[in-house]
Design a protein around this ligand. Structure first.
Ligand code: FMN
Length: 215
């Protein structure tokens, strides 16, 4: 059996699938993001819409994976419980970051920005589009609160299922979307000998400054 410590200590990947230069990239980082996302789709990267969302609560950073559900014009939408840890964090401190890692393409994208709650319409439209089980799950789970047991959650789901039997499930007021507005991007392409390409965009007034960082 492989020793896990030995494995993580010695595991090396050599990155050689692509290159990225200042002239390759689009002047608009959102178009560049869309272009990489399409390539990830074509490469059948599993869970390509899963992104690490990092937030800060009381000066303490915390990360979790959420699904990207919509994007347009440097804005990225995701959904969840407003009373969860991420909800409380974003209420207190709207600065956040996203990270996508697509190993099949040896690519990482870091995005920094500011988060606001999505409009009620956007939250309603997305909630309606979810499977009924997920809608019931949103009601049943006081996300990020301590549970006494698994049974407590399952019992709550049964109660909620009975309550909405034969009726459409409305969106709970405590559940909805957020819009992340990007002001910084980094596109990372793995290269040989750890000499990776890192092409960044920073928003200055209305223009995007493009520069390269040392790997
Ligand atoms: C692949 C994947 C996708 C997820 N998508 C979401 C999501 O879209 N919204 C969400 O609230 N939680 C999602 N989660 C669960 C979160 O990672 C996290 O457990 C939850 O949001 C509670 O985090 P918090 O306590 O920091 O608020 C997802 C988890 C995984 C692994």
């Amino acid at each position: 059996m492989t020793d896990h410590n030995e494995y993580i200590n010695n595991k090396r990947s050599d990155f050689s699938k692509g290159t990225l230069t200042e002239t390759d990239v689009d002047r608009d980082p959102f178009i560049q993001f869309e272009s990489w996302l399409k390539q990830a789709l074509d490469a059948e990267v599993p869970e390509l819409q899963a992104m690490h969302l990092s937030t800060v609560l009381d000066n303490k950073p915390s990360s979790r994976v959420v699904y990207l559900r919509k994007m347009a014009n440097n804005k990225f939408w995701f959904y969840g419980n407003y009373e969860s840890k991420k909800g409380k964090s974003l209420e207190q401190n709207p600065y956040a970051s996203l990270n996508f890692f697509w190993p099949e393409l040896q690519r990482q994208i870091r995005i920094e920005g500011i988060v606001k709650k999505a409009t009620l319409d956007s939250s309603d439209n997305y909630f309606v589009s979810r499977p009924r089980e997920s809608q019931l799950g949103a009601w049943a789970s006081a996300q990020s609160n301590v549970l006494q047991s698994r049974e407590e959650l399952e019992k709550r789901l049964i109660e909620i299922t009975n309550e909405f039997e034969g009726k459409p499930v409305p969106r709970p007021a405590f559940w909805g979307g957020w819009v992340f507005k990007a002001n910084y991007y980094e596109f990372w392409q793995g290269r040989k000998s750890r000499l990776h390409d890192r092409i960044c965009y920073e928003l200055k007034n209305t223009d995007w400054n493009i520069f390269r960082l040392a790997p």
